[in-house]
Design a protein around this ligand. Sequence first.
Ligand code: GLU
Length: 505
Amino acid sequence: MENKKVRVRFAPSPTGGLHLGGVRTVLFNYLFAKQNNGSFIVRIEDTDQTRFVAGAEQYIFDCLQWCGLIPDESPVNGGPFAPYRQSERKPIYKSYALELIEKGYAYYAFDTPEQLEEKRKTIPNFQYNHQTRKQCINSLSLSPEEVLEKLAANVPYVIRIKMPEHETVTCNDMIRGTVTFDTGLTDDKVLLKADGMPTYHLAVVVDDYLMQISHAFRGEEWLPSAPIHILLWKYLFGLDKMPQWAHLPLILKPDGNGKLSKRDGERLGFPVFAMDWTDPSTGNTTTGFKERGFLPEAFVNMLAMLGWNNGSEQEIFSLTELIENFSIERIHKGGARFDYEKAKWFNHSWLQQLPVQHYADKVKPYFEKAGIHINNDNYLHQVMDLVKERCQLLPDFVTQSSFFFQHPEQIDTAAINGKWNAAKQQFFVELIRNLELATSWDAENLEKDFKEMAAAHQLKPGELMLPFRIMLVGGKFGPHVFDIAAAIGQAATIHRIKHTLQLLS
Ligand code: GLU
């Protein structure tokens, strides 16, 4: 590779929630930059004012912050190539569009939206291209005088690229190898709009050049735009300056049929956006991975594995390990199916792998929401350690452990009733007495005493354990029952046994 400094960019248009495919694009940019001591830049591509959505830009930065993928240069923290918001760079682009006209690679087009609409109505599959441009109103069909007249009269115009009728252009994609395009198949895209704003095609090329971008990772859906960009690079700056591209494979629906969309998430009940997104025009909120209870470590790890692996069986990678291991050569060419069960598996693995102290503060709000106030962090950590094996998502800690903090709301006495008898009743009455006299209170001794008592009553401890669990927990779940008794303490244990015995009598 050339000795150019590695500079990569994520270039989102702030139009709504951040799809997990977008975060994966960020991640691959980030990993590549960090691996090569390069810079990761975020450039906001907001030149389409009709698609402006309030709050969408801030939301993107919040998502990156949550994932720990912090840009080196961005509209938020600035940098040597500021501004990083294309709407603030408006004056830069026009001269490049004019340069293209001068060189004969672009032209003024004066057709009004109504005239174009008319064409779309009358000509089937109308495209503004080398076949139709001569029948439209532009500087290729009008005389130079007519063009000057229109410009002098301030008739609104757009500037379009003049796609060569028949030319083959190629690029060497880092994932796909050599990709070839026939320029005749692409229409004459608008480069500069009537409001003086560039379109994506012009702005992306100009800014990648001015910001000295060395490598560009973007979604596969941008591949059809590549011939336009290649030509713009050729005409304006020279192909040797063009960044190396990598078009990332799509993230597919779970059944593999097409790109995963927000609607698939709604239909199948899983998040597609990184964080909750509230559409300001409708007020509707779409759930994000964060709010559903994913740890950022797990989310990032899961995304890395959607379309990449390091060639071994290893699946759990920290961000630091990903930086060390990442390689473009190992990105798959084909789309990667999204599997929500697997996503939860990643989260479960990270919940086990990290010390609970690391994420206890993220669990607390779920307890608060359930009306459980946590006032002892050490106790919370102890409980989390006991139940984490049973938790896939952060809110699971509440369902799996609320009985550690409050008396169970309901006791499933039906699960005890069937096999209840006087001998068992007596056992528990005596157990209460023994527990009241207990001087030490730890799981090991509680279990030992319980089993000795069972033997004395000629009962099998196994038969007593389920009722005991239901008394303490309310249902047939939870960790080791003596760990529960040890954690909730003497008074609560005794109180819960008494309470259930009353219900049973
Ligand atoms: N603004 C484009 C988007 O919203 C960026 C595509 C690119 O990275 O070139 O995805």
